[in-house]
Design a protein around this ligand. Structure first.
Ligand code: IPD
Ligand code: CA
Ligand code: CA
Length: 254
């Protein structure tokens, strides 16, 4: 199945790359901050058509069109363009994120970093890769020597999860905190050891699914803010190299 996921992530990525920097329609979702472009929709429709042809019984959950319910143990969880604000403003940091779950367990995932042409991929039990190279989380065990990443939800001004207080707390503890604007790429930078950890409030299954497996298979860990096990429906997420995980949990207790 990983071959198929890689194939369709690449096709969707080509659509996004072609659209980047051109004129495209933009609509507002919940607010002027929360955009969807015609390229998000084109990417998503292409991925959904591909799955419907190749795996007609599989369930699908996507950001832009929600649940496509069928009768199968498999569900594909899709963010057709993760980093829409970056894309719409000409910042070349965005990805296609596709995870596949079987009976609630993530079994495969691909995050395609479109402009760097890097396919991050993982199959349960087989490690994680950036193109053909095996990747591994960092070895650092001190948050003060680490670089972390975070992001903010679109409703940040009235989000109840204290995003700014948590940002302040971890910014004081870490060497640096970065905010890339693409959660799936944040996960992959934890998996390849560039970031020591990533956290965010109010993520969605399509932001998490592929990235969670890629971090775990690279030797990392993904939990909620209390350090407990998560699934893709957990909204408050910490992903780390394991070694600084407890320090992140402590820093996020505000
Ligand atoms: C967003 C990005 C961003 C994160 C937001 C997400 P979208 O996804 O991943 O980094 O901070 O929480 O909603 O809307 O560009 O697919
Ligand atoms: Ca997203
Ligand atoms: Ca998206």
């Amino acid at each position: 199945m990983i071959k198929d996921i890689l194939e369709i992530a690449g096709i969707a990525g080509d659509i996004i790359r072609e659209g980047f920097g051109n004129n495209f329609q933009i609509e507002y979702k919940t607010s002027e901050k929360n955009l969807v472009t015609e390229i998000d929709k084109k990417s998503e429709n292409t991925i959904v058509d591909f799955i419907n042809k190749k795996f007609p019984t599989h369930n699908i959950l996507t950001e832009e069109s929600g649940e496509h319910k069928k009768d199968s143990d498999y569900i594909w969880v899709i963010d057709p363009l993760d980093g829409t604000t970056n894309f719409a403003h000409g910042l070349p940091i965005f990805a296609v994120s596709i995870g596949v779950m079987k009976k609630n367990e993530i079994v495969a995932g691909v995050v395609y970093d479109v402009m760097r042409n890097i396919f991050y991929s993982s199959e349960k039990g087989s490690g994680s890769f950036a193109n053909d190279t095996k990747i591994r989380v960092s070895n650092n065990d001190k948050i003060g020597l680490g670089v972390l990443a975070t992001g903010f939800p679109y409703n940040v001004e009235d989000n109840p999860y204290n995003a700014f207080e948590r940002f302040e707390s971890l910014t004081k503890r870490a060497r640096a905190v970065r905010r890339l604007g693409s959660a799936s790429i944040d996960f992959c930078y934890v998996a390849n050891g560039v970031f020591d950890g990533f956290w965010e409030v109010s993520l969605f299954p399509w932001d998490i699914c592929a990235g969670k497996l890629i971090v775990e298979e690279a030797g990392g860990i993904v939990t909620d803010f209390s350090g407990n096990e998560t699934n893709v429906f957990t909204k408050q997420i910490i992903a780390s190299n394991k070694k600084i995980h407890q320090q992140m949990v402590d820093g996020l207790k505000i």
